[in-house]
Each structure stands twice: as structure tokens, then as C-alpha cells.
Design a protein around this ligand. Structure first.
Ligand code: ATP
Ligand code: MG
Length: 559
């Protein structure tokens, strides 16, 4: 894949250093570790492109590892969606792995830690434990259960494991240092009990390992050389290393956690938990609603995998969290579709035009270029007849010189067809134009080579023959949130910033060639924007999603 990439980012520099000093090329191994508690979003795309991109750069394996240690939130359907999305983005994982595959090893190591006096069962309430934890400026205090005997700890841990102990009665904690300046080192919880059904292990396990205990050990078991995570895990690194110290065999690769900045996108939220609320509260229809910043939603909106990879690789990895304007993502898809999408004609806000000197009942099939910028894209036929639709905004009875569209007494060219002149119009009782009467110049057909066909007229309009038109449903989208950063307001819940008008459904009229188009096919509706066939399409009705306009209409509004 030859796509935009930063020259050598700081992550690659870390790897290059390690290759010089400690690692051989064949030692390199990476992973992408999603929790299956929702669909992947555009933030994940950064992590996917980083990890799988490194795999390609260094010809190293990349595992897809599901971090599935919380049965209360995780589901098989999310596992399936994540696999589908990573594959669709164009990446191939070496192994499909699950943290839950390591429950036995993790348990055995935990027992060893208890025997070594490095872990203990705490039977206090979580409030009591929180109080003893101290604050960043105040040391914590030891749990009254900290010095339980090894035998007692083993017996209680066994009760936790068998389910004999009620849910929440005990936790297993690492015995580290209640006075550490790093709060995470103050005897962190390694296991809690949950009597819930797990999507893979069923009811076999009643104890579930916490993130910190699971992640580094999973990396170690898979012999991942570099474990890249987002910046909020930086303070966890000390604990990641402490846990590895307890189990590491020096003959093996010791995984290294390094952090990069989270990528946030404006006018949306990139957090599975928050996206889940949008689905649950019915703000959107589903995880793959075209308004969602999920990979599946963007795909349904008409984004290509290449445009998402280009976006992610273009912003690259950074050391500070930042907000990327959504216009950058839109730029990326516009750039891609401009090269690849066929041009077609559809009218979304129609007004009828009658060409009074065109024979009644006649239909002509005219040649139309699929993509003016690309000769290889070929031609199609579009029907022309006496009655056509044009866009309402393309006609004015009177207008100044800068209005290059249709006005009374003036000419325009109909794309791929003839030059017409507006002679008169009919209005309803509200003064709205309902019908425009025009004449056409029969010698002016585009591509006919005649003198009249070469005649320069200022405006060119798209149009559709009424009797041949395909009635289509068109879904137009606006931003899902009214502000750039809906989830950084401390006073207000992000749901308060939901844009109530993010979806508009209209009926449009398209040239009949669109009937042949399949779900996910993308095209440019000339002068209007890029559109994609939605999966809600049926034999009776085609449904299109607007992907993006032809230019950034927000740039002006935001000024
Ligand atoms: P969420 O809050 O959406 O669930 P998460 O970080 O908890 O995000 P995981 O499924 O645990 O989600 O993440 C898998 C990987 O993707 C992790 O390595 C995580 O750091 C990375 N990741 C998640 N969100 C972003 C983001 N916005 N930018 C870059 N990387 C991200
Ligand atoms: Mg998470």
C-alpha cells in the first residue's frame, strides 16, 4: 500500500534504536488489542494503521487480540464487527487471539505470586479500599488483610475462583507499596469476582483479571516486542513492568509498553461507551448508522478503506492528544472519490421544465461521460425528452450577471445535452415557480461537432428526464453534534450537544442508469456531492446516502 506516511515517526525511531541495541528483526511482533464492548471507531483506525503499518514496514507479525476480561460489557457480535472492520480496512492479522485464552496461565501466575508473598486477598468494601488509597500528595495505609498467611490467601482465592465466595466479597491485590508516588502501584487489584456469563468461557471462570494484570502478561505470552497504547496508560507502565518482573524469563522477549497520543475527531465522540449511549438512546439507528464515527458507519456513509488509511497515516502518531477537525477526514474521502467515482445526474429539489419546441413523446439516448477526468471510465446513455427536472435553485425569473444559471430570456447548457432558453414560467398562488417553459436549440447537442454545439454559454446544469426518472430516497446528513468538542465540557453531558437535525430524508429523481448500481457503490451526483447506495435499498426503492459535498461548505459557515 503506497500511501501518505510521515518520514520516521517517534514510534519508528524507538524500534530503530531497539534494532540497533537489543532486538533482532525477527524479534519484532505487534498487536492491536480492542475490547469487544462496541464497534471500532475512527480513533481506533489510528491504532490499527499504526500497528498493522509497522507490521508491513518491518515485515513483522501483528496479532488481533481481544481484550475480553469484562463479561458484563463484552459480546460476540462486537468481536465479529471488529474482525470485519479490520479486514475491510485492508489488514491481515497473524493470529486471532483472546485474553480469555490466557485465563489459566494468568491464574497459575497469580497463585505463584500469592505463594511468593506478593499478592493477597482483600475482603474489605471497595469504599474502605478507596479511603486507604490516599491521594497523590498523601501516602495510603495498609489493608488490615495485607498480612494474611499464604494458606489463608490460597484458600480464599480458591473460594473466589470456584464461585463459593459471593460476587464482590473479595479481590486479589498485588502487594507492592501503599506509599508509592504512583497511585497505581498502591496494591492494585489483580482479580475481581463476577458471576456472569462470558461470551467465550461461559461460566467456567468466576474470577476475571484486571486490565493491568492481563495486558502485559498477554503481550508476554504472545512474545509481542512493542506494545503501543494511548497516553493515558503512561502511568500504568510502571505496573506493567512490575508485573513482568514477577514472571519474566530472561531468555524470552520482554515486551515494552510505549505510548502515543489519542486522536480525537471534532463534532463527534470517539469512545465506545459514549457511542453505545447514542445507540441505546435512539439518537442514531445503529452502530453502523452513517452519522456514526465508527468504521462501519463511515463505510456505510461511503468512505473507502483507502481514505480512512490515508487520513490516519496523514495525521500520523503524536505525543500530545489533539482534536482533528472532521473536515480533514472529509477532505480525504473527497480526494479519493474525485479520482474514482462515476459522475451521474440526479435532481434533489426539482422543478419541472417543459421544452416547448421538442417533439412530444420522443426520447433520445445521449452519450454521457462517466468521468471527465478519466477517459478510461467510459460512457453511458442518458435519456432526454420534452419534460425534465432541474434544481429549483438553478432558476430565477430575474437575476444579476453573476447568476450563471437559468433566468428568463437567457440560455444555459444542459449537461451532455442541448442549450435551452427560458421563455416563461408558471407560478402557484404563493408565487412559487411550478413550471418553466423553455425552447431548445436542436443543433446544439453536446459532442455533435456542430457549430452550435461549440457555442459558449456561461452555465451548465444537471437535469433528469421526468418520464425516465428513477425515484430515489436520499439521506442527507449533518454533523451529529453542534459543537466541536462535545465531551470536554465539565458541566454538561455530551448528549446535550446532539444536533437534532443530523438527518434529513428526501425524495430525489435520478437518471435510470442508477438502477444498475449495487449497495456500497459510490458516485458523484454532478454539482451536488458524492453519494453511495445504502443497504436499505430494496427492489422497489433505492436508498442513497450523501457521503460529502463537493467542497467544504463548513469552511465558510465557521468563519
Ligand atoms: P474506547 O473508550 O472507545 O472503548 P479504548 O481505548 O478503551 O477506547 P480499546 O478497545 O481498549 O478502546 O482500544 C484498542 C486500542 O485502540 C488501544 O490500544 C487504544 O489505545 C487504541 N485507541 C482507542 N481509541 C483511540 C484513539 N482515539 N486514538 C488512538 N488510539 C486509540
Ligand atoms: Mg477500553
Amino acid at each position: 500500500m503506497s500511501e501518505e506516511k510521515e518520514p520516521l515517526n517517534f514510534i519508528e525511531q524507538i524500534i530503530e534504536e531497539d534494532l540497533k541495541e537489543t532486538h533482532k528483526k525477527e524479534d519484532l511482533c505487534f498487536r492491536f488489542p480492542p475490547e469487544p464492548n462496541g464497534y471500532l471507531h475512527i480513533g481506533h483506525a489510528s491504532s490499527i494503521c499504526l500497528n498493522f503499518g509497522l507490521g508491513l514496514t518491518y515485515d513483522a507479525p501483528v496479532n488481533l487480540r481481544f481484550d475480553d476480561t469484562n463479561p458484563a460489557k463484552e459480546e460476540q457480535r462486537f468481536v465479529d464487527a471488529i474482525k470485519r472492520d479490520v479486514a475491510w480496512l485492508g489488514y491481515t492479522w497473524e493470529n486471532e487471539l483472546y485474553a480469555s485464552d490466557y485465563f489459566q496461565e494468568l491464574y497459575d501466575w497469580a497463585v505463584q505470586l500469592i505463594k511468593d508473598g506478593k499478592a493477597y486477598v482483600d475482603s474489605q468494601t471497595s469504599e474502605a479500599m478507596r479511603e486507604q488509597k490516599g491521594t497523590p500528595t498523601e501516602v495510603g495505609s495498609n489493608s488490615p488483610f495485607r498480612d494474611r498467611s499464604v494458606e489463608e490467601n490460597l484458600a480464599l482465592f480458591e473460594q473466589m475462583k470456584s464461585g463459593e465466595a459471593p460476587e464482590g466479597a473479595h479481590v486479589l491485590r498485588a502487594k507492592i507499596d501503599m506509599a508509592s508516588t504512583n497511585m497505581l502501584m498502591r496494591d492494585p487489584v489483580m482479580y475481581r469476582t463476577l458471576h456472569k456469563h462470558h461470551h467465550r468461557t461461559g461460566t467456567d471462570w468466576k474470577i476475571f483479571p484486571m486490565y493491568d494484570w492481563t495486558h502485559g502478561e498477554s503481550d508476554y505470552l504472545e512474545q509481542v516486542s512493542h506494545s503501543f497504547c494511548t497516553l493515558e496508560f503512561k502511568p500504568h507502565r510502571e505496573l506493567y513492568d512490575w508485573f513482568l518482573d514477577q514472571i519474566h524469563d530472561p531468555k524470552k522477549i520482554r515486551p515494552k509498553q510505549r505510548e502515543f497520543a489519542r486522536r480525537n475527531l471534532s463534532h463527534t465522540v470517539v469512545s465506545k461507551r459514549k457511542l453505545a449511549r447514542l445507540v441505546e438512546d435512539g439518537v442514531v439507528q445503529s452502530w453502523d448508522d452513517p452519522r456514526m464515527p465508527t468504521i462501519s458507519g463511515l463505510r456505510r456513509r461511503g468512505y473507502t478503506a483507502a481514505s480512512i488509511r490515508n487520513f490516519a497515516n496523514g495525521i500520523g502518531v503524536g505525543k500530545r492528544d489533539n482534536l482533528i477537525d472532521v473536515s480533514r477526514l472529509e477532505f480525504s474521502i473527497r480526494e479519493d472519490l474525485n479520482k474514482t467515482a462515476d459522475r451521474v445526474m440526479a435532481v434533489l429539489n426539482p422543478v419541472k421544465v417543459v421544452i416547448t419546441n421538442y417533439p412530444e413523446g420522443e426520447t433520445e439516448w445521449l452519450d454521457a461521460e462517466n468521468n471527465q477526468g478519466d477517459e478510461t471510465a467510459g460512457f453511458r446513455k442518458v435519456p432526454f425528452s420534452r419534460e425534465i427536472y432541474i434544481e429549483k435553485e438553478d432558476f430565477r425569473e430575474e437575476a444579476n450577471k453573476k447568476f450563471f444559471r437559468l433566468k428568463l430570456g437567457k440560455e444555459v447548457r444542459l449537461k451532455n445535452a442541448y442549450i435551452i432558453k427560458a421563455e416563461s414560467c408558471i407560478k402557484d398562488e404563493n408565487g412559487e415557480v411550478t413550471e418553466i417553459h423553455c425552447t431548445y436549440d436542436p443543433d446544439s447537442r453536446s459532442g455533435s461537432g456542430s457549430e452550435a454545439s461549440m457555442r459558449k454559454v456561461k452555465g451548465t446544469l444537471h437535469w433528469v428526464s421526468i418520464k425516465d426518472a428513477l425515484e430515489i430516497e436520499v439521506r442527507l446528513y449533518d454533523r451529529l453534534f453542534t459543537v466541536a468538542s462535545p465531551d470536554t465540557d465539565k458541566e454538561k453531558d455530551f448528549m446535550e450537544f446532539v444536533n437534532p437535525n443530523s438527518l434529513e430524508v428526501i425524495t430525489g429523481y435520478a437518471e435510470p442508469s442508477l438502477k444498475e448500481r449495487k449497495v456500497e457503490e459510490k458516485m458523484q451526483f454532478q454539482r451536488l456531492g458524492y453519494f453511495v447506495v445504502d443497504k436499505d435499498t430494496t427492489a422497489d426503492k433505492m436508498v442513497f446516502n450523501k457521503t460529502v459535498g463537493l467542497r467544504d461548505s463548513w469552511a465558510k459557515i465557521d468563519q
